[in-house]
Ligand binder design. Structure first.
Ligand code: S3P
Length: 442
């Protein structure tokens, strides 16, 4: 982990973004490739795996559960699947670092095992709400506990039987849905999860690819346990959540034109494109039918004047990780942008409404944070010193703001950028962002 390093970004204004770029592999799909490949029968070959700290935490935890995984070598893994019942008891608590996805998905997977386990993480992860997964898992018969305030450590004790449930999620969460489907693989009978809004469906897609039938109707997903998974090849596209920084950066920087290659275009993830296009962004999508696996394509984005909008609430779960970047776009747009129905942003790697509002104000933008969203009045960025509070997506979003600020922008608290986007600084610099980093030991 990078906990003992303090890293800051220093951006000098005036850069533009140009060129053909490929951002690293999709984080959500990388986690699922390891989790599901490990419990499949046979060897699963993965390409495009994200070698960032979060996905590597999932990979390390899987090795502690006795799974032999070769790689990663240039994004390739060979996972020697042990089958549904082949995981082994870990000798110590599983440390999932900064990764909420790892913790919540492992909670579901480990609920049905015949051994005890404990899940821990870094300071940010140990503050995040976990009852949203432990409560429904307990309804399935799991013995899983949190600390008194509903946070990790999670302690899981084996039970005789996991039973399928029919569960309506109170929040639209792909992590909760995935945890329940993973537990459902071990259950007797069907597990049906109702979602209040569409969320990313990578787990469902990968389960189908591994030979586990998934029934889906408007608003619910169902699998039947006990299930069996068979290994396959998994090709992971570039992460649209990482591409989002360049979509925003190129939209706001005069003279910019960027081509993003091989980007995952799963319909449950492309809210950021739709929101930016509604704001007036110039983004062209060229689907690549030869991608294999999840939908993939090339995105071309050119500088274009943006206007503020009311963000449709149904797009919120489809762009949930992209709001820090979208707030930067809103700050450069003409008029007001209003976001509602996004209270989930308060329980991400940081409170993204509060931390973004704080930084945008420092850079001279008028913001009105609300419990479930924010109102941003477009203006012009001044220079200044902001803090990402250890949140990778906030660090990279403010880096893009630096493109068009009237003075230098310093962003502190950037060490966690490697959780999702190793090589961000080098790639952004090569594209034309004037970015330097400074590091010190804390
Ligand atoms: C993720 C789901 C989302 C997202 C997170 C990754 C996933 O969280 O914010 O970064 O891989 O399932 P929620 O499901 O909690 O909304």
């Amino acid at each position: 982990m990078t906990g003992s390093i303090e890293r800051s970004f220093h951006i000098h204004p005036g850069g533009a973004l140009t060129g053909h770029l490929r951002v690293p592999g999709d984080k959500s799909i990388s986690h699922r490739a390891v989790l599901l490949g490990a419990i499949a029968e046979g060897v699963t070959e993965v390409e495009g795996f994200l070698e960032g700290d979060d996905a590597l935490a999932t990979l390390a935890a899987m090795r502690h559960l006795g799974v032999d995984i070769e790689g990663p070598v240039e994004g390739r893994l060979r996972i020697h699947g042990v089958g549904l019942r082949g995981l082994k008891a870990p000798s110590a608590p599983l440390d999932l670092g900064n990764s909420g996805t790892s913790m919540r998905l492992f909670a579901g997977l480990l609920a049905g095992q015949s051994f005890s386990s404990e899940l821990i993480g870094d300071a940010s992860l140990m503050r995040r709400p976990m009852r949203r997964v432990t409560d429904p898992l307990a309804l399935m018969g799991a013995d899983i506990t949190t600390a008194a305030n509903g946070t990790a450590p999670l302690r899981i004790v084996p039970v005789n039987e996991i039973t399928g449930i029919d569960y309506a999620m109170p929040v639209a969460s792909a992590q909760v849905k995935s945890a329940l489907l993973l537990a459902g693989l071990y259950a007797n009978g069907p597990t049906r999860v109702h979602e209040p809004a569409v969320t990313r469906d990578h787990t469902e897609q990968m389960l189908s690819a591994l030979g586990c039938p998934v029934s889906r109707q408007d608003g619910w997903i169902e699998i039947s346990g006990p299930a069996r998974l068979t290994s396959t090849r998994i090709k992971i596209p570039a992460d649209i959540s990482s591409a989002a920084f360049f979509l925003v950066g190129a939209s706001i920087a005069p003279g910019a034109e960027v081509v993003l290659e091989g980007v995952g275009l799963n319909p449950s993830r492309i809210g950021v494109i739709e929101i930016l296009q509604r704001m007036g962004a110039d983004i062209t999508i060229d689907p690549d039918p030869s991608g294999g696996g999840e939908p993939t394509g090339q995105l071309t984005v050119r500088h274009s004047p943006l206007r503020g909008i009311e963000i449709p609430v149904e797009l919120v779960p489809l762009a949930i990780d992209e709001f820090p970047a979208l707030f930067v776009a809103a700050a450069c747009a003409e008029g007001e942008t209003v976001l509602r129905g996004a209270e989930e942003l308060r329980v991400k790697e940081s409170d993204r409404i509060a931390v973004m509002a704080e930084g945008l104000s420092v850079l001279g933008i008028d913001v009105e944070p609300q419990a479930d969203g924010i109102r941003i009045t477009g203006g012009a960025f001044s220079g200044g010193q902001v803090h990402a509070r250890g949140d990778h997506r906030i660090a990279m979003s403010f880096a893009m703001a630096g493109l068009v600020a009237s003075g230098p922008v310093q962003i502190d608290g950037c060490a966690e950028v490697d959780t999702s986007f190793p090589g961000f600084v080098e790639l952004a610099r090569a594209a034309g962002l004037h970015i330097e980093t400074a590091e010190e030991q804390k």
